[in-house]
Design a protein around this ligand. Structure first.
Ligand code: ZN
Length: 391
């Protein structure tokens, strides 16, 4: 009997998982721990969590803690909790809680790790528990009305702080893993292309940004120090519209950067530019594209000095040659070279500049990406760095 009920439950859980899957992938729930009277509750299968300011707990564990009877009603797709003549119906799939006092509320009911999750406060209060929220932790605490021997909030928090911290650490690790998983799934579905724009910003940048926005694609802009200061409003737009910014030096001069006999000449310019970026625009970056590419002008010691300082150096797979090409040539220089890279599992890095003819070619190139199911993404914090020294 028990087994068959479990089977039905399991099937139902699978269905609800699919139904609610998209709704919950958008934002990850917040962290919370639950305390009964003075006792930290160790939820082993599904942890409590906060969604839109409300605490959710696994119904089964909660019912055990409160000494309630649990019954599964398959006809109505509901879990029934009973205690001392009171009852609460938890409707799966229709987000509804019904109480024996006649109250009925709309509240999310969902499945996590094969456990039915429901709103903690409404249920606990209905069964005569006093519920409080303690910001330290945070802790959702429920206390039986008959229990008077409870610790103060501060005593409680200080005593179980170590447990909460350990639990939060696990939560953060899981959150990070889930986000990474979501990112990978998204990237597997729509392979990444990295469009990169050097030497800007300049008068052509707004048009390039408008086009990227229209196609909902992101790019990486390797800025020149002088230009980012000369066109601060364009620099701000690049940042605020979700593109990545990288450093492209102050001088753009091979004599000052590479032919110096010093290992530090490239790093020094990039660090100085990064300071300016931080001071003026409030952001810093670890992305660098060195002028003319990292080979052959840059020396090995200049390259490794830059890398040791934590900068990720980016060269390119595909050169649009836009500085000397018409817009139709740019399209031909780029588009045929993208798919072969993607097929090898490589996210191709494409080199552009903020040129007028580049902006002219961009809609055609983005049309191609869209049609192929590819997506131009900004180089993010987790991207490996592609350059000619480390490939
Ligand atoms: Zn350049």
């Amino acid at each position: 009997m028990r087994k068959s009920i479990r089977m039905v439950l399991a099937m139902f859980f699978m269905m609800t998982l699919f139904m609610s899957g998209t709704a919950f992938s958008a934002s990850y729930p917040d962290f919370i721990v639950v305390v009964k009277d003075n006792d930290y509750v160790n939820f082993t299968d599904a942890k409590p969590e906060v969604i839109e300011g409300r605490t959710f707990v696994p119904v089964r564990t909660l019912s055990e803690l409160m000494g309630m009877e649990v019954e599964w009603n398959a006809t109505e797709n509901k879990v029934v909790l009973r205690k001392d003549g009171k009852w609460c119906d938890i409707y799966l799939g229709s987000d509804k809680l019904k109480f024996s006092n006649g109250d009925e509320i709309t509240a999310k009911v969902y499945v996590k790790n094969q456990r039915t999750m429901a709103q903690f406060r409404a249920i606990a209060e209905h069964f005569d528990y006093e519920v409080s929220y303690i910001a330290n932790g945070p802790i959702a605490r429920f206390v039986s009305n008959s229990n008077e021997a409870v610790e103060s909030e501060e005593e409680l928090y200080n005593r179980i702080k170590g447990t909460i911290d350990a639990e939060r650490k696990l939560y953060l690790e899981e959150k990070k893993a889930k986000e990474e998983e979501a990112r990978k799934a998204e990237e597997a579905k729509y392979p990444t292309v990295y469009l990169t724009f050097d030497d800007g910003p300049n008068a052509n940048t707004p048009r390039i940004l408008d086009i990227l926005k229209k196609y909902d694609m992101k790019a990486t802009f390797f800025l020149l120090d002088g230009n980012m200061k000369r066109y601060p409003e364009y620099t701000r737009r690049i940042i605020s519209e979700g593109h990545s910014v990288g450093l492209h030096s102050i001088s753009h001069d091979k004599n000052k950067l590479y032919l110096t006999g010093s290992a530090y000449s490239v790093l020094n310019e990039m660090s100085a530019q990064n300071n300016n970026l931080k001071n003026i625009f409030g952001v810093s970056t670890d992305l660098v594209r060195v002028p003319y590419g990292s080979k052959p002008l840059m020396t090995s010691s200049q390259f490794w000095t830059l890398r040791s300082a934590g900068y990720r150096v980016w060269d390119w797979h595909i050169d649009s040659l836009d500085y000397k090409s018409s817009s139709s040539q740019i399209y031909r220089n780029v588009v045929p070279n993208i798919a072969p890279k993607v097929w090898q599992g490589i996210a191709p890095v494409v080199l552009f500049h903020d040129k007028s003819q580049t902006a002219d070619a961009l809609p055609g190139i983005l049309d191609y990406l869209k049609k192929s199911g590819y997506k131009s993404r900004a180089i993010g914090p987790s991207a490996w760095n592609y350059n000619w020294w480390e490939r």
